[in-house]
Design a protein around this ligand. Structure first.
Ligand SMILES: Nc1ncnc2c1ncn2[C@@H]1O[C@H](COP(=O)(O)OP(=O)(O)OP(=O)(O)O)[C@@H](O)[C@H]1O
Length: 368
């Protein structure tokens, strides 16, 4: 799925922008504060209904304007629209009809983001990594979101009973039954997708220096002790859960662990090596999807932290798993270099110059 056309109104410092994205690779170059990241942020909003920088959509709306709007057309002909108002109201439209939820946007336009926040896959909390795994599970196993919703609603109900301190297990039984049924399915789907993800991740690590990356391992933690069934784990935890007032075991505590020689990977790898590990993970996530559903990648400031060899390697990984890439960088020649080494449409990036929120198409890098 690729984005052919993008129209923005009042998105941070971008008053109005209309872009036709023709190639596989679009590069947005310009000085600090010109609006490059805002443009990627707008695409993210189109694909998820929210910003990747701010929880408050009000802060994304251009100063002194009442609302923002982002519109996109995909190569399949599907149109997406997101509008946010300063009073907190908003609209999501798919093919000009109101959408029920923002997850419908994600199903239309799968997206991967590489930016300065991406390091949290290694050094952030478990919820970040759980969301990454679940992104893949959501796109590979289409029943996942239904089972996960049932699980989360049963978890909420069980936690509400625990907080009331009801020790009669009759109060917990119906929610535990639902929790077990949906939880076992969620775990099974995650395991299946994790196995695919792990082998794609390992394949990419083989392209990196073996003295460092041969020992980088990723493992899946289900959220309860490996040797127990979920039923036994819940039962064993019940007394402590009642004391604490919440459910301490289950798929909502799942995690991925990245380690080297038993140490957390972020404590061992250099910053550039961490970025390549994240790029390997994100491209592995993309490659486990059906080939017809390849995601769009947003890469904010590709050259930062990566030397030329790693930038070129990442560009090759992307070519194999992405439908389209939108990349930002400060300097045009540096940002274009890793792409110019590729063949075909990937080797002819479309260039945009960004200045004070104005976005100008300046042609193809190969022709300049
Ligand atoms: N709500 C808003 N309304 C208008 N301008 C805003 C708003 N929020 C942020 N800005 C401004 O928008 C500009 C664009 O920021 P952005 O992060 O997109 O720049 P950038 O080109 O990615 O810069 P850098 O190279 O420094 O990362 C900044 O000057 C910022 O101060």
């Amino acid at each position: 799925m690729a984005l052919n056309r993008l129209v923005l109104n009042n998105f941070r410092n971008i008053g109005h922008g209309e872009l036709d994205l023709a190639g596989r690779v679009s590069l947005f170059c310009g000085a600090n504060g010109s609006g490059k990241t805002s443009l990627l942020e707008a695409v993210h909003m189109l694909a998820s209904g929210r910003s990747f920088r701010s929880r408050q959509s009000q802060s994304v709306i251009r100063y002194e304007q009442p609302s923002l709007a982002v519109f996109g057309r995909l190569d399949s002909g599907i149109t997406l629209g997101v509008e946010k108002r300063r009073d907190g109201q908003g609209r999501i439209r798919i093919n000009q009809s109101a959408a029920e939820s923002s997850s419908q946007l994600a199903a239309c336009l799968p997206l991967q983001v590489i930016n300065s926040e991406s390091f949290s896959a290694l050094d952030g909390g478990p919820s970040v990594r759980r969301q990454l795994l679940d992104w893949s599970v959501f796109h590979v196993e289409h029943s996942f979101s239904m089972h996960w919703k049932v699980y989360q609603s049963a978890l909420k109900q069980r936690n509400a009973v625990l907080r009331r301190g009801k020790i009669d297990s009759n109060f917990l039984a119906p929610w535990e039954h639902q929790l077990l049924q949906s939880g076992e399915v969620v775990d099974a789907l995650r395991r299946r997708v994790f196995d695919l993800l792990q082998s794609e991740f390992a394949r990419r690590l083989q392209d990196l220096p073996s003295e460092v990356f041969a020992d980088l391992k990723v493992s899946y933690r289900s959220g309860w002790k490996r040797e127990l069934s979920l039923a036994d784990a819940l039962e064993g935890a019940r007394e402590g859960d009642l004391e604490q007032g919440f459910t301490r075991v289950g798929p909502h505590r799942a995690d991925l662990r990245f380690s080297i020689h038993g140490q957390p990977a972020h404590a061992v790898l250099s910053r550039g090596q961490q970025k390549m590990a994240v790029c390997a993970l994100r491209t592995a996530m993309a490659s486990v999807m059906d080939s017809g559903e390849k995601p769009v990648f947003l890469v904010d400031d590709l050259p930062s932290e990566l030397d030329q060899t790693n930038q070129a390697l990442f560009a090759r990984w992307l070519r194999a798993c992405a439908s389209q890439v939108l990349v930002t960088g400060i300097e045009a020649n540096t940002t274009a270099a890793p792409w110019l080494a590729l063949d075909g449409p990937w080797g002819a990036p479309q260039m945009f110059h960004v200045e004070h929120g104005e976005i100008t198409n300046v042609g193809y890098a190969a022709d300049r």
